[in-house]
Design a binder for this molecule. Structure first.
Ligand SMILES: [Zn+2]
Length: 155
């Protein structure tokens, strides 16, 4: 059905998204994971508050417009992609892994996605409380402390 090496095997849907000003537009050619709310200090700074991310195989990403896409090495492990014109946070890209994340808020609606967990809750800001919303909670050192990645090569 497809020539893509790591697509989701046939939903046929393409997820689209982009920044607020339109300088960056992207497509995801695979079904993204459930959304994680990340409470780490880097996400809170970049997104003004908690980060919301979905993950997918890196080679499922197609950049349709990237004139204003800029990257920031936020750690030794990963870089963050954002629009240099409007400031929208777009991607979290860990170099050593076959996946990457996009911000849930940059996806076009309807996303059809659901959030399933809070992560890095031990680093959450001191200015809010985490109410019980029924979602999983994971600290920075626990398994499941990142958005779920279903690697299709690891069945
Ligand atoms: Zn922009």
């Amino acid at each position: 059905m497809t020539d893509g090496p790591m697509t989701d095997g046939g939903s046929g849907r393409v997820w689209t998204g982009g920044c607020a000003c339109g300088g960056v537009r992207y497509e995801i050619m695979a079904t993204p994971s459930p959304v994680s709310f990340c409470h780490c200090g880097q996400c809170r700074r970049q997104h003004s508050h908690v980060g919301a991310y979905t993950t997918f195989p890196r080679d499922a990403l197609r950049l349709v417009a990237d004139d204003t896409l800029a990257w920031y090495a936020s750690s030794e492990r990963a870089r963050r992609g954002f629009c240099s014109r409007c400031g929208t946070g777009l991607f979290w890209d860990p170099a050593a892994e076959p996946r990457m994340d996009a911000t849930a808020g940059s996806l076009d609606e309807p996303t059809g996605l659901q959030a399933d967990r809070h992560i890095w809750v031990d680093f959450k800001g001191d200015y809010y409380s985490l109410c019980d919303d029924g979602l999983l909670r994971r600290t920075s050192t626990e398994p499941g402390n990142q958005t779920l990645f279903n690697d299709p090569t690891e069945d």
